[in-house]
Design a binder for this molecule. Structure first.
Ligand code: AMP
Ligand code: ZN
Length: 518
């Protein structure tokens, strides 16, 4: 079976074949988290879709060499608009933690020295890996025996400096008057191929940045930072351009090249990230890698996951609908349900996270888990001909090969599972040459991609998920009423929640709730 995969670079679905088809090896790089805070469930939607792609490739028989970075320096607050402006997110985190410590609001489990950004990075990297393993991110398990596959840029400073030297030598980079090293986008005619943001468009104001003082020092507004000398930066290294630190875009080019592209002159098969990574991050990565290698391509396929939204709205701290993995699990959801909820919408559509959806995912997993134990119990019993799961397996695979049609795959599994009545024993009359062990194997093969049956799935308190769905939806209704200044409805909902023994509090972080213990 051939995987058809949408490629952002060409804007169409293509047959996926690896760089070296004989080896059946896939070189796959995923942009990972920046560890200045806990990752939120939107971040995890991107990471989990990369995980589903990797597992699908493995189901199809490929050996996937997967690398995902953990960014611990150089990701600037303005990196989403252009070229390395603003402040390093790790420095912002250091300030946030110092302030919280002073105010006495630092959570008890966040014992970090705010003056040590390496300690901050370690703390949130550990938290990320814990969340990632809870949600079944395969690479986070492999990382336990092979930490190199989740590299940190602070360990690749030497390689980054040498990459910049190559780019300067090839006239793709220059040192500006303020000492900052920039990539010269006009030296790279392909700039804009991935995102459509060409240097000309950026000059005329689309995607360019606002800081005029910096602009004046650059050859072009889209030129982006490779190395920033800064003797005051908390994390800094010696370099030919003074003590300073590398740019975020550079980090991914260099780590992908060092860990995956050594034998291929930097070319890899697939590169993934969230949709906001297309520009400028991935556009800049292509310029840096191909500028140094003179290859026509960096990644042959670019895979981008659309954003997760929450209850129909963009996730944001101010709306109070901003969730980390620990927030959602803390409300009674299970890791298995959260994983399914975050992967069950096609990666190229926005996914709408709702607590009702989480409850539905939990129910689906409950059914599959019960079926799994029924099949194990009756593994030796015979069946007349191939069973429903064995029959559904090709359809399951077929759906995934169609640009990861996850809903189609889940549908194939669910209809097969629906043919079982697991409250009874299997019929004794069957004399066929297949057994329920074959069915169990088919279920497990499907689960090798879905990855939910081997995660924690039993809810701590019966019905907790459903309660949470009701509470969250009432709070959402009340917030809507408050937005519309409909105070009568808002007060009525508050009373309804009180009847359920739920107290709510409106604060700067949105509306929070807790159970009243009597
Ligand atoms: P960051 O830690 O900010 O570097 O982000 C890590 C990854 O999460 C990036 O690949 C982003 O594109 C992705 N991302 C951020 N917000 C969302 C969201 N709401 N939905 C899906 N992916 C997201
Ligand atoms: Zn990246």
């Amino acid at each position: 079976m051939t995987l058809r995969l949408y490629n952002t670079l060409t804007n169409r679905e293509e047959d996926f074949t690896p760089l070296d088809p004989d080896r059946k090896q896939v070189l796959f790089y995923s942009c990972g988290p920046t560890v200045y805070d806990y990752a939120h469930i939107g971040n995890f939607r991107s990471f989990l879709n990369a995980d589903v792609l990797r597992r699908t490739l493995e189901l199809l028989g490929y050996d996937v060499r997967h690398v995902m970075n953990i960014t611990d320096v150089g990701h600037m607050t303005d990196d989403d608009i252009a070229d390395g402006g603003g402040e390093d997110k790790m420095e912002v985190a250091a300030r946030r933690i110092a302030q919280a410590k002073q105010d006495g609001t630092l959570p008890a489990d966040t014992e970090i020295d705010p003056g040590d950004p390496f300690a901050i990075a370690d703390f949130y990297a550990d938290a990320f890996l814990k969340d990632a393993r809870q949600l079944g991110l395969k690479i986070a398990f492999d990382q336990q025996s092979n930490p190199d596959i989740m590299p940190r840029p602070t360990k690749y400073i030497r390689e980054m400096i040498s990459h910049i030297e190559t780019l300067i030598k090839k006239n793709h980079a220059y040192v500006a008057e303020d000492g900052v090293v920039y990539f010269d986008v006009q030296s790279f005619p392909e700039y804009g191929r991935l995102s459509g943001n060409t240097p000309d468009q950026i000059r005329s104001g689309q995607g360019g940045r606002v800081d005029e003082a910096t602009q004046a020092l650059k050859r072009h507004p889209a030129d982006f930072m490779l190395w920033k000398p800064d003797p005051k930066h908390l994390m800094r290294w010696e370099s030919p351009w003074g003590e300073g630190y590398p740019g975020w875009h550079l980090e991914c080019s260099v780590m992908a090249g060092s860990l995956l592209g050594k034998e291929t002159n930097g070319v890899i098969d697939i590169h993934s990230g969230g949709e906001d990574n297309i520009f400028p991050h991935h556009e800049c990565e292509i310029a840096q890698t191909c500028g140094a290698s003179d290859e026509a391509l960096f990644a042959r396929f670019w895979f981008h996951t659309r954003f997760l939204i929450v209850e129909g709205e963009k996730m944001s701290k101010s709306k109070g609908n901003f969730f980390t993995v620990r927030d959602v699990l803390g409300k009674g959801a299970t890791p298995a349900a959260l994983r399914l909820e975050l992967i069950k919408t096609h990666y190229r559509s926005n996914a709408n996270f709702t607590f009702q959806g989480l409850t539905d995912s939990q129910r689906q997993i409950d059914r599959w888990k019960k079926l799994e134990s029924w099949l194990s119990k009756h593994a030796d019993a015979k069946l007349d001909g191939p069973g429903p799961l064995v029959v559904a397996l090709p359809a399951f695979k077929q759906a995934l090969t169609s640009d990861l049609n996850i809903a189609g795959a889940i549908g194939a599994l669910s209809s097969a599972a629906g043919m079982y009545s697991i409250n009874a024993d299997p019929p004794e009359s069957a004399s066929g040459n297949t057994t329920y062990a074959d069915e169990l194997e088919a279920l497990q093969e499907m689960n090798s991609v879905l990855g939910v049956l081997d995660l924690e799935w039993e809810q701590a308190a019966a019905g907790a998920g459903e309660d949470v769905a009701i509470i969250e939806s009432k709070i959402a209704d009340r917030n809507l009423a408050r937005d519309n200044k409909d105070w009568t409805t808002a007060d009525r909902i508050r009373d309804e929640l009180l009847e359920l023994n739920i107290a709510i509090k409106d604060g700067s972080e949105g509306t929070t709730w807790k159970k009243i213990v009597k």
